[in-house]
Ligand binder design. Structure first.
Ligand SMILES: *Cc1c(COP(=O)(O)O)cnc(C)c1O
Length: 337
């Protein structure tokens, strides 16, 4: 096992400094009033690929052995986009494997960066089978979206920026899927400030890390359509890093419903005029629905990405009903509740 520490995260910050940006941390008057504490939004939506995943992907690619000529990965969309972007910058080949659940807008974004895209099967496990085949047959390097020490250290750089700007932060709300983001942030934040509280948040259907922490081993989940499509997929049966980090370092994990995510996306747009994808809004959804007990401020909410299909986003803004695979979400015209 390789080390993941404050030191590897500081090294990652130097490594990715020319490719990922130090994103803005902005106050949200609306959510501050709602939560009764100061709420700040960390806008990873402003990264060049529209999501934080560029941090981990760039750190991993810039640390590859020199003889690696190409990478492959499975992805719910944003990791693939980060890998495609960083691979192009480094002049190496990238093949991104995704399931049919990945929205077309994410597929198009990856192709536009010059990577090869393969759409395989109905879930992340099927996409991973194709990755394994590419590793065997073409000798490509498999770059995990979350269970890789360089990826985790890259995502952890968010916490360095947060606590440099606001050392007084008491709570971090972090969207949780494979746990690379939450794990990396938790290592850095708790090394700098052990008393900080870190809460991981996921949609209530197919919440693999939430179930795995409770089970004490990687739990398998059924992947279904969700507004938080970027949070889909399991944590891998051979999980090496993120289950341990999330079990040890997260203070809590919470689940939110599709309706709550829908409402949070509307709220962020109408009250702050910000566009964010469903996965980015789970923290705000938890705050808004009063799910967080004893919330201590100042709070930073990681708004992780903006790569949402524009037609679907318009439908949400207009309060339309949505159907995502077998998942039906009742629309509702936005009003402050
Ligand atoms: C990948 C992703 C997450 C979750 O990150 P993990 O490291 O898998 O937990 C959250 N939000 C967005 C937008 C993502 O793309």
């Amino acid at each position: 096992m390789e080390e993941i520490s404050l030191q590897t995260i500081r090294m990652a910050q130097k490594t990715i400094g020319n490719i990922a940006i130090n994103t803005p941390l902005i106050p949200s008057p609306f959510f501050s009033q709602l939560g009764g504490v100061e709420v700040l939004l960390k806008l990873e939506t402003m990264q060049p690929i529209g999501a934080f995943k560029l941090r981990g992907a760039a750190n991993a690619i810039l640390n590859l052995p020199r003889d690696v000529t190409g990478v492959t990965c499975c992805s719910t969309g944003n990791h693939g986009r980060g890998v495609a972007f960083a691979a192009r910058a480094s002049g190496i080949k990238a093949v991104i494997c995704m399931s049919k659940l990945v929205p077309q807008t994410k597929v198009d974004g990856i192709r536009a960066l010059g990577a090869e895209v393969r759409i395989i099967g109905q879930n992340q496990d099927d996409a991973q089978d194709e990755v394994d085949r590419l590793v065997r047959d073409q000798g490509l390097h498999d770059l995990s979206p979350f269970d890789d020490p360089h990826v985790i250290s890259g995502q952890g750089t968010i916490a360095l920026e947060l606590l440099k700007t606001r050392p007084d932060l008491e709570t971090l709300l972090v969207p949780l899927s494979g746990g690379g983001l939450a794990g990396g942030i938790a290592v850095a934040a708790k090394s700098i400030k052990p008393s900080i509280r870190i809460i991981g948040i996921t949609m209530d259907q197919g919440a693999a890390m939430h179930a795995s922490i409770r089970a004490g081993h990687p739990a398998s989940v059924t992947e279904v359509g969700s507004l938080a499509d970027s949070l889909g997929g399991g944590i891998m049966d051979n999980n090496t890093y993120t289950l341990d980090l999330c079990t040890r370092l997260l203070d809590d994990t919470l689940l939110v419903s599709e309706e709550q995510i829908y409402h949070a996306m509307q709220t962020l747009f109408y009250e702050e005029r910000l566009v964010a994808e469903g996965a980015s809004c789970v923290g705000l959804a938890a705050l808004q629905s009063g799910k967080i007990d004893h919330l201590r401020g100042p709070v930073a909410v990681i708004v992780t990405g903006r790569n949402v299909d524009t037609t679907m986003f318009a439908n949400i803004i207009n309060g339309q009903n949505l159907t995502l695979g077998d998942t039906h979400i009742a629309g509702r015209t936005y009003k402050r509740r």
